[in-house]
Write a protein that binds this ligand. Structure first.
Ligand SMILES: [Zn+2]
Length: 123
């Protein structure tokens, strides 16, 4: 029994690591952080986000897809439009302020390796 339970614990821990990795991936892009920041002002259509942030629609759509997959952003339909909003605005703000205490001021020499798009590179 104990062996089975420890295997279940290990599986749950592995699942949690994947969940955290997906969440931190979603938070690991300056443009996605900008979109999250802007969604604090209220829900937006993709078109409005592109106008308000001065970004291409394809860029905004790709980032919103990532943010939706991570659970950070929710979407609802209104007629033919989709409205995007923060799923957990307060928890996100808490995570961000805690993370700022952990991190250092932005390091411009940070190496964005090949498998990982640069902040300027898009998704
Ligand atoms: Zn706006």
């Amino acid at each position: 029994m104990a062996i089975i339970e420890s295997q279940i614990d290990a599986m749950e821990e592995a699942q949690q690591r994947l969940q955290l990795a997906a969440l931190f991936h979603a938070l690991a892009d300056p443009t996605r952080l900008l979109i999250l920041e802007h969604l604090k002002t209220g829900e937006h259509k993709v078109k409005d986000l592109t106008e308000h942030l001065g970004l291409a629609q394809s860029t905004v759509s790709a980032h919103l897809s990532c943010l939706k997959d991570s659970g950070l952003v929710s979407v609802r339909s209104q007629g033919r439009a989709s409205l995007y909003s923060l799923s957990h605005a307060q928890d996100l703000a808490a995570v961000q302020s805690q993370a700022l205490r952990l991190g250092r001021p932005a390091n411009r020499n940070h190496q964005w390796h090949e498998g990982h798009p640069s902040p300027e590179g898009g998704v």
